[in-house]
Design a protein around this ligand. Sequence first.
Ligand code: GDP
Length: 347
Amino acid sequence: MSFFKKILSKIPFLKGNEKTESKEQVNLVESGILANISETDSIPSNSLNAVLERILIKKEELDDLEEELIRSDLGVDLAMDFTELLRKELKAQKEIYKDDLQDKLKEFLLGAFTEVKIHRNRAQLSPVSEKLDPFKFSCPENVLTVVMILGINGVGKTTSIAKLAYKYRNSENKKVLIAAGDTFRAAAEDQLRTWAERTGADLIEMPHGSKSSAVVYKAIEKAKNENYDLVLIDTAGRLHNKKNLMEELSKIQEVVKKNLDGQAYHLETMLVLDASMGQNSLIQAQTFNELCEVNSIILTKFDGSSKAGTVFSIAHKLKIPVKFLGVGEKMEDLEEFSPEAFTKKYF
Ligand code: GDP
């Protein structure tokens, strides 16, 4: 059963309503063309009112719809805003048919992505980024692209760095440098070393416990001197010490900006979120966005069972675009995000 049918089937008023009459049929009844139908005809006259009731949604049913939407992974804000829109339509004497609900929700969700586009086009991340499509990651010629990879441990940060390195090194023939910025996580450094070898990217690492900003400084210097196209910076994901993390992230940004001053570059903060974490991802996005403005998202583990409705709530609430989907554990398992394809798949 599709996502939306499942939602509708849980609403008492609409339950068991798979075989509903079309709007045209209802209009025939309303217009009187079928008014004289007898009890022996295919549409029993005594059930006409019930048919009408089942097809038109009423104000009272919106609470049930809202509840079910909240229970799905779309989240509270989005569910409430959508049903509020429907309430306004009903207040304005507009009739809402069950058949139209799915399209209305789809349109509303796509609207969240449009909001992201409008918002992002206004924001000025750097002179170059103004010209970029907010849902597309691009690594333009003659511009050094620096991406800070953020996210809590375990969401798939290291693997995503490997996937990006692989994609841009192999499919786009870019010169890629990885900076092992989380010097307190020895396992991540080992993993990054292995991935760098496999993907053909280069790696900058420093002894355990070194300052992240020092690693980044070294990476930026190397990138400038040796004409790299893309620098991927691994960062710490320890959210329990927010103040330190905030300082560390802003220091990394400062180092990048200061050392690239006067040359064309694009600096992006990309947050990694795990699709299986549901609405918890919205909280993570909110928290990281407060620590260090997040420009884009990689959603990992989309090959699992989650439909990742949180992506819509993040777009709606925080106006942050998803740029990539992680669809497996291998370095090839990275897909570019498309708002339209994602929305289509969601239903
Ligand atoms: P980190 O702690 O954030 O660096 O996370 P890792 O990159 O080490 O990944 C944690 C686990 O998630 C590993 O077992 C990865 O193989 C797995 N993983 C990462 N991305 C994906 C994905 O897109 N799909 C699946 N199925 N597993 C993933």
